[in-house]
Design a protein around this ligand. Sequence first.
Ligand SMILES: *Cc1c(COP(=O)(O)O)cnc(C)c1O
Length: 353
Amino acid sequence: MSRFWSDVVKGLKPYVPGEQPKLANLVKLNTNENPYGPSPRVLEAIREATAESLKLYPDPNAEQLKLAIANYHGIEARNVFVGNGSDEVLAHIFLGLLKQARPILFPDITYSFYPVYCGLYQVEFETIALADDFSIRVNDYARPNGGIIFPNPNAPTGCLVPLADIEALLKSNRDSVVAIDEAYVDFGGESAIPLIAQYPNLLVVQTLSKSRSLAGLRVGFAVGHVDLIEALERVKNSFNSYPLDRLAIAGAVAAYEDREYFEQTCKAVIASRKKLVGELKALGFEVLPSAANFIFVRHPQHDAQESALALRQRSIIVRHFKLPRIEQFLRITVGTDEQCEALVAALKEMFGS
Ligand SMILES: *Cc1c(COP(=O)(O)O)cnc(C)c1O
C-alpha cells in the first residue's frame, strides 16, 4: 500500500493465476494447458508473420481472424469480437454489458476471475450455490438479474450443462445478457453458438488457449448479436485499439485452418481423461463428471492440500483452491498419457497402495 495509490487500486483483490514454474522437467498439470502444443501450421504462419513488417501496426479489427472464426462456426464476421485472451474479452463484457442496476448472477464455485472483474468495474453480483453434486441448475437463475455468466463446462468442476438447459434458461431470461464462457467446450461439450441467431441476449465466449494449445499467444473471442458485439467494440476502442498483434492474428488464423490437428489432439485428451478417471477411481478418488481437459477429484482419506504438496515434492503440480466447499478437491489437468501415468505412480507411492 502506498499513498500514491488511487482508491480504486487500494480496493482491488487481483486474480492469482496458477503457477508458471521456472523449473524444467516438472509434470505441469495445474493450469489446464493442452500438452500437445499448437499445430505446426501455426508455428509456420507465425514465422512468416515475423518476416512481414513488424514496424506496421496490426489490423485493429483483426478482420482476417474474425472471418476465420465466423467460417468455422457458420456465422458472420460481424457477430465476432476478438481480444487479447478471453480474459480480456470477459473484462469488456463485465464493463460493457454486465454493469447494470441489478446484480448479476454466477455460481458460488466458478472461474475466480468473475468476482475480480466485478471488483474492478464495481459490478454488483450474487452467487448461486451449485447443487450438492456440484452441477449448475439453470432453474436457480430464474430471478430478476442484471445478467448471468458461467463457464460451460464449469471451472473448476468440469461439469457440463446440457445445451437444452442453456436454451431453457434463455427462454426464461430475455431481459438481460446471458454469457456462456466456453473455454473448455471442445473437450466434450456442445457449443451454444448456434443459438445466437435466436437469442439476441446470448453471448458465447471461447478461447484458443485450451483446445487449440495457444495459451501463450493470448487470443479469445465472443460471438453474439451485432448489438452486443458493438458494445464490446466500443469498450475495446476506448482501451486499446490493437489488442491482437500481427503474430497472434497470423497464428490464430492458421489454427482454424488445421482442423484435423485440432480434432486429433482434442480426441487424444478425451481418451487420456477417460483412462485417468478410471485409474483415480481405482485409487479411491471421487471424480466429478468432466467434459473438460481437467478433472476435479477428492479422496475420502487424504487431505487435498497435503496431497498437492506431496505431489509437488515429486515434481508434479496440480491446483488446489483453499475455498469453502472445495478445499478437499484437487483440480488436475489432463496431460499426455505419460504425464498421467507419472501422476498415478506418484499417488500410488504416496498412498502406499
Ligand atoms: C482459461 C480460462 C479462461 C481464460 O482464457 P484465456 O483466453 O487464456 O484468457 C476463461 N474462462 C475460463 C473458465 C477459463 O478456464
